[in-house]
Design a protein around this ligand. Structure first.
Ligand SMILES: C[S@@+](CC[C@H](N)C(=O)[O-])C[C@H]1O[C@@H](n2cnc3c(N)ncnc32)[C@H](O)[C@@H]1O
Length: 267
């Protein structure tokens, strides 16, 4: 099987987050550990992501970036739907991606995804020399810090087509919950912090992330995620919208200037 490109040499001593460092053994892959690694719900949650993006306007001719694509739980459905070559994926974990590529994709699906479209790195290196019409990060912002979210927005901004949309899911922390609170999760007997994997964010955090590029922001909310992660949409502004935003900012910063210019013109 071809090897997925591994762009970033990960530090062998990396422990935090340990997401990227985990290497699955052949026995674990045989037992389906790569499916559990991406959250299980294997039979439905990939298809659900495709249906969601189709409802948002995804069409076969569009180019899609699947950020944190994991073992292609959704990727295999996107690959079937999109025209050959239009699916791209990155993930922090090389081993999980490779396991998905080798064992979850059919020969036909592999033929529809050039291996150069897949890349393992944990710094959102999405520069494949093309522009994307759509991007999705399902259950990824739950595993990364705000610094990483910022990095994602900054780098994706450079490769999104004007008018293209990026959809990202996250665990919501209600505004009423204090910053230093720990929300105990009984099921796994562990705490949810704002500052630790799994991360839980305020809605305003996700809005803040839109600052790191020419993005507009929309809160979508519930979209049927099995663990109730909520959805947000970031849309890449067109050059005209960027210019309009710049002018509006200027007007806000200097409200008198416009009046003075107008007076000079009529006078
Ligand atoms: C819960 S899984 C979801 C995978 C996939 N989106 C899906 O729906 O099946 C989270 C994925 O995010 C990846 N991930 C975590 N941090 C990342 C980062 N900084 N860059 C890219 N991928 C990351 C993990 O390796 C993992 O495969």
């Amino acid at each position: 099987m071809p090897q997925i490109e591994h762009r970033v040499e990960l530090d062998a001593n990396l422990t935090n987050p340990d997401y990227s460092g985990i290497v699955l053994t052949p026995e674990e892959i045989e037992a389906g550990e790569h499916r559990r690694f991406v959250g299980g719900v294997w039979d439905t949650h990939g298809q659900h992501q495709l249906e969601f993006l189709k409802a948002q306007g995804l069409q076969p001719h569009h180019r899609l970036m699947d950020i944190g694509c994991g073992a292609f739980r959704a990727g295999r459905h996107f690959i079937d739907y999109l025209e050959p070559g239009n699916y791209y994926g990155i993930d922090a974990n090389h081993s999980v991606m490779q396991a998905g590529y080798d064992t979850e994709l059919t020969d036909e699906q592999r033929a529809r995804v050039p291996i150069e479209n897949l890349r393992a790195n944990d710094r959102f290196d999405t520069d494949f020399g093309v522009q994307f019409d759509f991007a999705i990060a399902n259950s990824v912002f739950t595993h990364v810090s705000l610094n990483h979210i910022r990095l994602c927005m900054y780098r994706l901004d450079k490769v999104m087509a004007p008018g293209g949309s990026f959809y990202a899911t996250f665990f919501v922390r209600k505004d009423s919950v204090p910053i230093d609170a720990v929300k105990p999760i009984k099921r796994r007997n562990k705490g949810y912090f704002t500052e630790k994997n799994n991360f839980v964010y305020y809605r305003q955090d996700l809005r803040w992330a839109a600052k790191w590029g020419d993005w507009s922001y929309r809160y979508i909310g519930d979209w049927g995620h099995p663990a109730k992660q909520q959805m947000v949409q970031y849309t890449k502004l067109t050059p005209e919208q960027v210019e309009e935003r710049r002018r509006a900012k200027e007007r806000r910063a200097n409200p008198g200037r416009l009046r003075r210019v107008a007076r000079r013109l009529v006078g």
